[in-house]
Each structure stands twice: as C-alpha cells, then as structure tokens.
Write a protein that binds this ligand. Structure first.
Ligand code: PLP
Length: 370
C-alpha cells in the first residue's frame, strides 16, 4: 500500500511509530502473555503506565505542582458537563466566550444543566473585510461575579484559533481538545484545561483535565460521582475503572512527543505545516479561507473551492491519491485538513502538491491579485 495520509478532524491519526509499537505489544505486553487492556487497573504494572503518562505530560507541558492531572471518561462533551457540575452544582454564574461551534456547544450544555439566567455569553467573532476575526473584549469586573470564564482556544470545526491569553478576574477554563500539546502555553494562566483525547492525545473517550488545586478546595458539588474532580483526584483517576487502553496509548503518544523533542519542537513543525497549506490556499484562485490571518488555526485548516460543484470531484480524486477525510464539517461545508501533531510534514506536502495539480487542471476561480 502506498502512503495514506489521514486528515480526519477526530478521531484523528495517531503517530505512526506509536501505532507500530501498539501493534507489536497488542496481545503480549511486557512479556506477560496478555494485553495491557486485559490487566487490572490496580495492578502494579498498569499503575506504572498511568504514573508515567502523567509524569510525561507534566514534563511536556511544564505543569506546575499546584495543578492536578486527571484522566477521565466521556471525552470533550463529558467535560462540558463536568465543569458545570463541579463549579456550579450549588448555583452561581459563569461566562462563556463564543467563537465557533464548540464554544457554543459548551455554553448550550451549561444552560441545559443550570438555567439561561446563570450563563452569560459574549460573541467574539466579528467580520472585518468579510474575514472572521476574533475580538477579545475588556473583561474586568467583580471577582465574585462568575465562578469561571470558559472559552475554546481552537475551534475545530470553524478553523479559528485564539493565540492570545485571556485576561480576566475569574478562573479561566479552556477547552483545548484540538490544540493541547500543539504549541507552548503557560498553564499557570489557566484555572482548568481539558481536552478530549482523540485529536492530539490518543483514542476517543478519554479526557485529560488539568486543574488548579485551589479550585477543588470547596466541598464537592457534582451530582454524578464519575464526573467529580475531587473524587477523581482522591482516587488517582481510578474512582471507577478508567479507560485503560486509551490511557496506555496516550502515554505512548507522550513518549513519542518527548522523543520528537517536545512541544517547542512540534510547535515549529506545526507552524511550518500550516504555513505550507495556507500559502497554497492564498496563492491559488481555486481556494479560499475566510479566517483573518491572526486567527487561522494551525490544527484545522478549512478552505472552500471557488466552484462548489467540484467538491465531490476534489474529495474523490484526493482519496485516490491517498489523501483521506478532507470533507469539511457539514455546518461549514467545503474542505478541512486537520493537521495535528501526528501528521508528518510529508502529508501536508502531498496535499499541497495535489491541490496545485487540481487547481491547474480545473482552472477554477478568478486569478488573485498579489
Ligand atoms: C472534538 C471536540 C469536542 C468534543 O469531543 P467529544 O469527545 O466528541 O465529546 C469538544 N471540543 C472541541 C474543541 C473538540 O475539538
């Protein structure tokens, strides 16, 4: 089989060396004669895996000691609910910044669990010269006003990324599902970071939560025990049986990322990949991207064909060249290339070569001025 590059937004491709190692270990792990997924989560062998994964993540993200790292169930949406349950179980208000599909979905879940009166929202997207631009508001006020502020630094569906930190008097909760580990961040600026695993970490179902100590000082407010951060903390994320195989694979991804050179190195590779792709989109009349330069996502590159009629042909031909899952989200339409950490530069180069060739053959769109 010739090279296949999978641009799926999630579940996304995992690093090739991790998949090869997992296959090799699949039915006989560490010479035990069984799979890592067939052993007790309380065995010393698995606890070693669990501890190592946490230690590697702490090292990769430079997570301060006053933060807990939790491995939880239920993916990104599970955390939409868990955040509300843990911090507003007894009332209070929260502020949600809206920048696209996922931040809206998080706010909707918060309203569902609480009430519309408890959830304030601010829409961040402005259209400047027809481009989608993020405008961060002045956020001052009473520290008691909100239990937290929630936002989504990378909108996976819309291809919009917010690179600036948010300044406000409330703990900042960030849904980093599709940007965690893709670039350096200062964890100490956040109250809580969560991420569904299936973009940059491992298989779906698992969610990683990084939460500052003092936010868990109050007594538990969560109705559901498996969503309770304090119970997760007190039981080393093993209050009930954790998703052990996903945890093991996440650990392998962290080891791989350390071998690559860590977050700083992958960030420069990610920047290069995104530049290659946006350059191609900006150069050729056939393609366009509606997001302002400063907010273009490095992980999810959306683009439209000048002639929509060619969408199906584009997808079919791309597939024929081993370039998979480029169809945009149904809400946004067009195309989307998700180029998470695991996507090698060669994959993006192959996509760009295909796009240039396609554009030359179908000659769609009006020539662009320089
Ligand atoms: C994928 C994604 C989610 C949802 O994750 P699930 O595991 O499907 O619940 C939430 N937020 C963002 C930013 C995502 O990219």
């Amino acid at each position: 089989m010739s090279a296949v590059y999978n641009f799926c937004a999630g579940p996304a491709m995992l690093p090739a060396p991790v998949m090869a190692k997992a296959r090799q270990e699949f039915i006989d792990w560490q010479g035990m004669g069984v799979s890592v997924m067939e052993i007790s989560h309380r065995s010393k062998e698995f606890i070693q895996v669990a501890k190592m994964a946490e230690a590697d993540l702490r090292e990769l993200m430079d997570i301060p000691d006053n933060y807990h790292v939790l491995f939880m169930h239920g993916g990104g949406r599970g955390q939409f609910a868990a955040v509300v349950n843990n911090f507003m179980g007894n009332g209070g208000r929260a502020l949600y910044l809206l920048s696209g599909q996922w931040s809206q979905a998080a706010a909707k879940e918060a309203v569902r669990i609480t009430s519309p009166e408890q959830i304030d929202t601010i829409e961040l997207i402005q259209f400047v010269d027809d481009l989608k631009t993020v405008q961060l508001p002045q956020l001052d006020g009473d520290a008691e006003q909100y239990r937290y502020l929630h936002y989504c630094p990378n909108e996976t569906v819309d291809g919009i990324e917010i690179f600036e930190d948010i300044d406000c008097p409330w703990p900042v909760v960030a849904d980093m599902s599709s940007t965690i580990l893709s670039r350096e961040i200062d964890v100490s600026r956040f109250g809580l970071i969560y991420a569904g695993a299936q973009k940059n970490i491992g298989p779906s179902g698992l969610a990683i939560v990084i939460v500052r100590d003092d936010l868990l000082k109050l007594p538990s407010m969560s109705q559901a025990a498996i969503m309770d951060y304090r119970l997760a903390r007190d039981n080393d994320s093993m209050y009930n049986t954790p998703p052990t195989y996903a945890w093991y694979l996440a650990g392998e991804v962290f080891k791989w990322l350390k071998e690559v050179g860590g977050v700083k190195v992958i960030e420069s590779i990610n920047t290069r990949k995104a530049e290659l792709l946006y350059q191609c989109i900006d150069d050729l009349p056939c393609y366009s991207n509606p997001v302002a330069l400063t907010n273009r996502s490095r992980m999810n590159v959306t683009f439209q064909l000048a002639d929509e009629v060619l969408n199906e042909v584009f997808l079919q031909e791309a597939k024929g060249c081993g370039l998979l899952a480029l169809k945009g989200h149904r809400i946004v339409g067009g195309m989307r290339a998700s180029i998470y950490n695991a996507m090698p530069v060669e994959g993006v180069e192959a996509l760009v070569a295909f796009m240039r060739n396609f554009s030359a053959r179908y000659a769609c769109g009006e020539p662009k001025s320089a």
